[in-house]
Design a protein around this ligand. Sequence first.
Ligand SMILES: C[S@@+](CC[C@H](N)C(=O)[O-])C[C@H]1O[C@@H](n2cnc3c(N)ncnc32)[C@H](O)[C@@H]1O
Length: 257
Amino acid sequence: MRGYTRMYWEKEVPVLKTFGLRDGLSVVELGSGPGIVTDLLLRLLPELTITSIELREEAVVQARAYLRDRGHVGVRVVRADVLETSLPDNAFDFAYARLVFRYLPDPLGAIREAVRLLKPGGTLVISDIDLDLWGLFEPPIPELKPALDAYGRMLAARRGDARIGRRLVRLLEAAGLTRTGIEAVATTSADLAEGRSMGTFLAPIGLGRLERMVQGGWLTARERDHARNGWKRFLASPSPFVLKVMLVAGATRARAD
Ligand SMILES: C[S@@+](CC[C@H](N)C(=O)[O-])C[C@H]1O[C@@H](n2cnc3c(N)ncnc32)[C@H](O)[C@@H]1O
């Protein structure tokens, strides 16, 4: 299981259940990537019926193989844009979008599409980050700030928003959903699975990404070097500790609309 996914998953599960996820529901997963979360959902609740939507052909192919290899023969993985899925109205009990909304140029449009897919009384849950709540490091690493700012600019240039977390509640309300709630899920270096490196916590500004940011002109070489040195200093400190936060927002489609 990949580090970034595992980091939050166990903490996310109780929140998903609070928002109404339970076995036997029909679920549409929006922006499912390579199928890791699909597998986690099915291992948790084997009677779910899942349709996964993913834009990138490569990830669709990967997800189909990943899920088949794990015996999940009933999952549909559909190549589509979450803004326009072409799936039927009123088809699902639960819609789940994990770490995808920050990339979307029209998050409200994507919520409206998810609402269209939900049965009346169905629930939409969106999990994502907000750059200003991204993480706390002890000892602090102020040298990471230029890279975080650059990541925010990069997403904004593609009409995404790395500070989507703070907007989720208002967006859900603007789409006419009710019973809106949001929880902050925290994971720390104490949760790091055995064999996983602390570097997992740098996502989405991991060391490889820093290099690509320099190549793309988003970060200077000097800023990259400062970030790396800050990270090395952090790792070499006597007892480095990280706390990272993901926001999980949920809301319900009213029964009579
Ligand atoms: C960071 S990954 C998250 C994958 C998975 N949900 C998880 O939590 O591990 C974001 C995924 O959303 C997909 N994505 C981005 N924009 C999309 C869109 N408009 N429609 C469908 N999928 C999209 C990307 O291709 C990528 O696979």
